[in-house]
Design a protein around this ligand. Structure first.
Ligand SMILES: [Mg+2]
Length: 266
């Protein structure tokens, strides 16, 4: 005979199972994160603040050839300088897509959205990239949009073409050599391998992103790249603390309240 306590446990397990299987009803009208990015002047101010602060720091990082924004990069004095930016919510604003897409998220839905909609830049980024290029610094875009085959398209990575076109929509010209997706060249979702690849030929003077993974590896529960332990909320905070001297000095993080690795650590 099942005790009341056991019965309650079973009932709560069933309730939990249904929780995980049924997507939470999404309503942009009451999603504060989406509303903030869409409507808050404060969001715009933060983005502009980040990019203007970075622009002010740019000459110092160019001139100090001993400087690298990658903690492990050494002997890069003779290499040309470069900055690395994430794409979504760092350069391309995803708010229109986030408000529009039918949950759950898929990469294909995002791809399709930008086939039909013009990409809009995050406030401040276009002016920043213009200044960076005028200063003779290379600009790389490292995104975790994955290369995936699509229908009858013979292109092994139509998403790369799409990202380059979106960047052009925002007013930023770039090319194949300066855009790196996941699944490309065997790269996984740990962006560290792509940052290291860039660091072979460039002195990386600045990193930009809206996710902790744009700066350090091992920020997710899933194991990618060099990670041997799933991340926890505490390990993620430790990563921030361990790299305290970089925030606002070589590393520039933008708000990412609507999605990202943080959402797995409530
Ligand atoms: Mg991003």
């Amino acid at each position: 005979m099942m005790s009341i306590r056991s019965l309650l446990v079973v009932v709560s397990m069933l309730a939990c199972a249904s929780c995980t299987k049924t997507p939470v009803a999404h309503s942009p009208e009451n999603d504060l994160a989406l509303l903030w990015v869409k409507h808050a002047a404060e969001y715009e101010a933060i983005s502009i603040q980040v990019y203007q602060a970075a622009e002010l720091a740019l000459p110092g990082f160019i001139n100090d050839t001993s400087w690298s924004a990658m903690p492990a990069q050494q002997h890069a004095e003779g290499l040309p300088p470069a900055v690395i930016l994430d794409v979504d919510e760092t350069v391309v604003s995803g708010i229109a897509f986030q408000l529009a897409f039918e949950r759950p998220f898929t990469n294909r839905k995002m791809y399709d959205f930008y086939q039909e909609n013009v990409a809009v830049p995050v406030p401040g980024v276009v002016e920043f990239i213009t200044a960076v290029r005028q200063a003779g610094v290379a600009v790389f875009f490292v995104t975790n949009r994955p290369c995936e085959l699509i229908d009858n398209d013979p292109d092994p990575c139509p998403q790369k073409r799409a990202v380059i076109k979106e960047l052009l929509d925002t007013g930023i010209e770039t090319d194949d050599m300066h855009v790196m997706l996941s699944n490309e060249q065997g790269w996984d979702r740990a962006k560290i391998a792509r940052r290291q690849h860039i660091a072979e030929t460039h002195r990386v003077i600045m990193l930009f992103g809206d996710d902790l993974g744009d700066f350090v590896p091992c920020v997710r529960k899933k194991l990618y790249g060099p990670c041997t332990q799933p991340a926890t909320a505490a390990s993620r905070r430790r990563l921030v603390e361990d790299h305290r001297s970089y925030w606002g000095r070589g590393w520039y993080i933008l708000p990412g309240p609507t999605h990202g690795s943080w959402t797995s650590f409530p």
